[in-house]
Design a protein around this ligand. Structure first.
Ligand code: N01
Length: 559
């Protein structure tokens, strides 16, 4: 046991930068939704000596970095927050149906301050290596700003979409204008007044930012490689009475979210789209379109499993796009045809397709005519066309789910690096643990429902589960916990087989598959059988005394 480390005032320095070394029970990497709650759970519920290292200068994770114009969550406000504390839920009042970036960041700062978390967070510290020391049974972690940490447990809370994908386009250094990635947006903002802007990418991010940039710039050219589906968000301010009603119904909301596949407080009615008569389904689809948001897809329950039903819904959206865009040629160019609706993460928007009716917006198909290189004042396309730009914005997404983990230089038992272990794609047990990486726990890792859910629900489930596991380890003097190889391989093939029973693999270029990153192994990373079923597995594993995890005590006896 680590009595010397536990509750030792010397190991909770006030001025971390001056001391440079930390001896901890647990280190958490990342101060977003997951890191903050994990810190609270381990420090305040379990009494462990725990700290967080965070690359940013403040808390917030995704919402600290993604400050691009229009950044907003697609989960509805009263669901996109912590449910572990009714006090927090009742005290914080959301202002709109969907929370915007600035409001979410304020919310996370509010929680940080209410729970007094900042004193345990080391900001501006990016992990550059994390190496398992077999002799001492410790992780030894180094950061870019000179912290050296020894910790019994290492918990990654680095987010699924935090490692930005910056395409390598030649001549980038010759470009004299401003260049940004939406995922690393400058805190002081960007002034678009009288500027000529190019945006590359039409995923959820591009679709959110394009209408705002179009409104504030002189001219915007959208470089589209693949047209995307999008459903109107129908965002609106919330009536103040909404919050009072919500406070009376918190338990009901929570139950609904935890019982659902995706962690939202609704479930699709048990009806198959292709079986409903055309006139009836048109009425249902129109009504769902007016409601907007992610609820649209849930108007039927077979959209992600039945091609015929999916085609009907996809056609419905394509018709809406053609109806919205004035110029039929542009409308045609915006039609998504390469994947079934919902098999890539479906964006929701405010005036996205309407934006292409503006005189100051152009759409260029860069699949037909790819970008050749940057020039001093813009971009040249393969056919020689030159697009002038004062500002180029990359809305090109992320090396999702595994990217941030692989950048941390994690090396486990017998000097096995995580890179090497995952060279053919991520393998995990429950998304939480990896064989040969003892005492490493991944929050919302590959193999967990994570990005297919309303994230705070998946995060709270993971944090609670990890916290219970560590409570068990502390109670039974367990020194190491490691996913067993067989359990990990069985789980990983279960993740693949579940995905193969859906339409998800039909989206060839989706980041769910890692297909957006050149050279990345293609494996469907999130767990597609639903948060509800996933939770039941996790409960079962815990009830079976964490079967699938090998546990060793101080005497190296297996428990
Ligand atoms: O990234 P993406 P994102 N040359 O990967 C294009 C979450 N999110 O940041 O489709 C040219 O989806 C790429 O083209 P293609 C949400 O989970 C949530 O938009 O690969 N183009 C695509 O158009 C989301 O799914 C919210 O052909 C290139 C775009 O860039 C996830 O974040 C809001 C290119 C990337 O789309 C990621 O969304 C925002 C290249 N080399 C984000 N490389 C909400 O909650 C890529 N592209 C609402």
């Amino acid at each position: 046991m680590t009595g010397a480390e536990k509750n030792n005032p010397q190991s909770q320095p006030k001025d971390v930068a001056a001391l440079k070394k930390l001896y901890l029970d647990a280190l958490i990497v990342g101060a977003g939704f997951s890191g903050l709650y994990q810190l609270h759970s381990l420090r305040d519920k379990l009494g462990l000596n725990v700290q967080v290292v965070e690359a940013g200068a403040g808390v917030g994770g995704t919402w600290y970095w993604n400050r691009y114009p229009g950044a907003r969550c697609d989960s509805e406000s009263h669901t996109y927050c912590y449910y572990f504390s009714k006090e927090l839920l009742k005290e914080w009042r959301w202002s709109e149906r969907y929370p915007g970036q600035a409001e979410i960041l304020r919310y996370l700062n509010f929680c940080t301050s209410k729970l007094d978390l900042s004193r345990s967070i080391n900001f501006n510290q990016r992990v550059i290596s994390a190496i398992w020391n077999e002799q001492n049974k410790r992780w030894v972690i180094k950061t870019n700003a000179g912290l050296l940490i020894a910790a019994r447990y290492l918990i990654t809370a680095v987010g699924c979409l935090s490692s930005t994908n910056m395409p390598n386009i030649s001549g980038q250094s010759t470009f004299k204008g401003e260049l940004y990635h939406t995922g690393q947006w400058p805190h002081k903002g960007v002034d678009f007044t009288d500027k000529t802007v190019v945006i590359i990418g039409t995923g959820s991010t591009g679709i959110q930012t394009i209408p705002i940039v179009a409104k504030h710039s002189k001219h915007l050219t959208v470089l589209q490689r693949t047209p995307n589906f999008s459903v109107p968000a129908r965002n609106a301010p919330l009536d103040p009475s909404y919050h009072e009603k919500f406070c009376d119904e918190i338990n009901t909301w929570q139950k609904k979210m935890l019982k659902s596949r995706h962690g939202h407080p609704w479930t699709a009615p048990p009806r198959k789209l292709y079986k409903v008569a055309k006139k009836d389904r048109d009425v249902i689809l129109e009504k769902a379109w007016k409601t907007g948001g992610l609820r649209f897809r849930e108007s039927f329950n077979d959209i992600l499993i039945d091609e015929q039903s999916n085609k009907i819904m996809s056609d419905f959206i394509r018709t809406k796009i053609l109806d919205t865009v004035d110029d039929p040629i542009i409308g045609e160019s915006l039609l998504p045809v390469d994947h079934p609706f919902g098999t890539k993460r479906p964006p929701i928007d405010t005036n996205y397709f309407e934006t292409f009716n503006r005189d100051n917006v152009d759409l260029v198909d860069i699949k037909q005519n790819p970008i050749k290189k940057f020039e001093n004042r813009g971009l040249e396309l393969e056919d020689g066309r030159y697009i002038t730009a004062d500002i180029v914005i990359f809305a090109t997404g992320f090396d999702a789910m595994s990217g941030a983990l692989l950048k941390m230089g994690i090396v486990g038992h017998q000097s096995l690096s995580l890179d090497e272990a995952w060279k053919e794609g991520p393998t995990t047990f429950l998304g939480l643990g990896v064989h040969k990486f003892p005492n490493l726990f991944i929050i919302t890792g590959p193999g967990s429902p994570s990005v297919l859910t309303n994230m705070p629900r998946a995060i709270e489930q993971h944090v609670d589960w990890i916290t219970s596991l560590l409570r068990y380890c502390e109670a039974y003097n367990i020194v190491t916990v490691e996913a067993e190889k067989e359990a990990m391989l069985n789980w990983t093939s279960h993740v693949t087989s579940v995905a193969n029973q859906t339409l998800f693999p039909k989206a060839n270029h989706s980041w769910y598959l890692g297909a957006n990153i050149p050279g990345k192994p293609r494996t469907f990373m999130p767990y597609a059988d639903g948060l509800d079923k996933y939770q039941s597995y996790c409960v079962l594993i815990a009830e079976r005394k964490y079967s699938g995890f090998k546990m060793m005590d101080e005497k190296h006896d297996q428990k």
